[in-house]
Design a protein around this ligand. Structure first.
Ligand code: R5P
Length: 287
């Protein structure tokens, strides 16, 4: 098993060169390509930020590895486009399928990822011809909340039904989220704002951990915190596997919650939980 990566120095020394030609086209070179010939290869790539160019870079690397007969496991803790597995309007792209098909077609034998939005379960699956091993960071996040806040009694809930798989093993319940139509916005952004987050269970006097697969604009978490605080919750903590914290949502959440943190799948200021042990646990030994 050989490891190649341009941007995963915490797990493997970078050994892929990524540059730009003067016109902006991507240049990618796997320096040790001779060691990959006919081998099982793990390609680490963080696919975020700049997901569109990152995806093209990964396609370049997969194509190069396939040309020398390597069998590639791609490790990307955050999978972009995973929220676009459904359409709301006719003619919309099913981008989650597009990405998975692309990765499979370019020779990915298996993708290892963490809390992939459309899978909603741990373990091995297949989606759009791509074999995926989905790892969950839920247990690490719950353990961290308990240790950090010294809270013995902590109820773990999710802000919508889609994240129920993250909380069900802790006996957690899920709220329901209602999104509106696409906002008019500035004409370039596609966004359906969170209208409301509703709850049919009691939180009065309880310490609550709201757990989700990601905090993007923070719209979901802010509405969920507001809801449980109005319901009389004692302490409220927000945690997610992937943290983008767009639209200044980290300071906004810190103002209203007693704690906010994520894993380091996407580096950010609130990344307090290291997912590398989870990734290493599913990695074959390096030869
Ligand atoms: C979607 O349903 C996901 O599980 C998250 O709840 C969502 O992506 C969070 O997005 P935002 O922070 O923009 O509300």
């Amino acid at each position: 098993m050989y490891l190649v990566s341009p941007n995963f120095s915490d797990l493997s020394a970078p050994n892929i060169e990524i540059k730009l030609f003067p016109d902006g086209d991507s240049y990618a070179r796997i320096n040790d390509i001779s060691k990959c010939q006919g081998e099982d290869v793990v390609l680490f790539h963080r696919l975020y930020p700049k997901q569109n160019s990152a995806i093209f870079n990964v396609a370049q690397m997969l194509h190069t590895l396939k040309r020398v007969g390597a069998r590639v496991t791609l490790v990307s803790p955050y999978l972009p486009y995973a929220r676009q597995d459904k359409t709301f309007l006719m003619g919309e792209s099913l981008s989650a399928q597009v990405l998975c098909k692309l990765l499979a077609d370019f020779g990915t034998v298996k993708l290892v990822t963490v809390d992939c939005h459309f899978l909603k379960k741990e373990g091995e699956s297949e989606y759009s011809n791509l074999k995926i091993h989905n790892i969950s960071a839920g247990r690490l996040l719950v353990e961290h909340a308990r240790m950090k806040l010294g809270l013995e009694h902590l109820e773990v809930i999710s802000p919508d039904q889609g994240a129920n798989y993250l909380v069900s093993e802790f006996g957690g319940k899920s709220m329901s989220k209602v999104r509106g139509a696409y906002d008019a916005g500035n004409g370039e952004e596609a966004y359906r704002s969170v209208q409301k987050v509703e709850r049919e269970f009691d939180v009065e006097g309880k310490n609550i951990l709201i757990l989700d697969d990601m905090i993007s604009t923070g719209g979901t978490m802010l509405k969920a915190v507001d809801n449980v605080k109005k319901g009389g919750a004692k302490k409220v903590i927000c945690a997610a596997t992937h943290g983008f914290f767009l639209n200044d949502s980290l300071p906004k959440l810190k103002m209203v919650a007693d704690g906010v943190f994520t894993t380091n799948s996407i580096p950010n200021e609130a990344a307090e939980v290291d997912i590398n042990p989870l990734l290493k646990a599913v990695m074959p030994e390096k030869s």
